[in-house]
Design a protein around this ligand. Structure first.
Ligand SMILES: Cc1cc2nc3c(=O)[nH]c(=O)nc-3n(C[C@H](O)[C@H](O)[C@H](O)COP(=O)(O)O)c2cc1C
Length: 185
């Protein structure tokens, strides 16, 4: 890796809910495009982001199992809404809710991913923090096997899918979430 990973600091960057953070990666998650708002919020210059893996903004408070879920979905060309805490260049953090689209070549092979991220409501952040803390704790003890088991037993107990769980936490319907990510918002 060609950059020094920032030391996280206890400072949150609050997003503008009317703006979208966008990026495009190749199928391995190497950044090929970042919009102006992404650059502004994460604090890296465009040239620092291009060609880097998307984990350049990975925050250590994020459980591994969330990214496993994310990549499992992306490998299938499916969307996933995840609450993600990201790390800015100066060590600050910012929370996002994600939305993905997959691009294919004429033979149906994945060639790129587009991600759009927006500001999540504060109550959703507060609800996910203790869950992510628990997942991280379990990963320290027994890796992703333990955190995955915990997450799936949590969903099983509630009798809902991961997608429904996210909608519950966000307190929105799927249509409302789609609208939030649409250009019409
Ligand atoms: C299009 C796209 C966007 C992504 N956006 C983020 C992001 O905003 N924050 C993040 O930590 N990881 C993001 N990821 C996931 C990273 O590629 C990576 O899996 C994650 O940061 C965990 O790092 P690790 O795989 O090295 O553990 C994204 C991946 C793709 C394909």
């Amino acid at each position: 890796m060609s950059f020094i990973r920032p030391i996280p600091i206890d400072h949150e960057i609050i997003l503008d809910e009317t703006k979208i953070i966008m990026s495009k990666t190749d199928k391995k998650g190497i950044i090929e495009y970042a919009n102006y708002y992404f650059i502004e919020i994460c604090g890296y210059a465009e040239w620092e982001l291009m060609g880097e893996p998307h984990n350049i903004i990975r925050h250590p408070d994020m459980p591994k199992v969330v990214f496993k879920l994310l990549w499992d979905r992306l490998d299938e060309g499916k969307n996933i809404h995840a609450l993600v805490k990201n790390l800015a260049k100066d060590g600050s953090y910012y929370w996002v809710i994600t939305n993905f689209e997959t691009q294919y070549d004429e033979n149906g092979n994945i060639i790129a991913y587009f991600s759009r991220r927006k500001k999540p409501p504060r109550y959703a952040i507060e609800a996910i923090i203790p869950i992510y803390k628990k997942l991280i704790e379990l990963e320290r003890m027994g890796g992703m096997k333990l955190s995955g088991e915990f997450l799936f037993s949590l969903l099983e107990q509630k009798g809902i899918t991961y997608d429904d769980f996210i909608l519950q936490i966000l307190k929105v319907t799927q249509d409302e979430l789609d609208y939030y990510f649409s250009d019409a918002f």
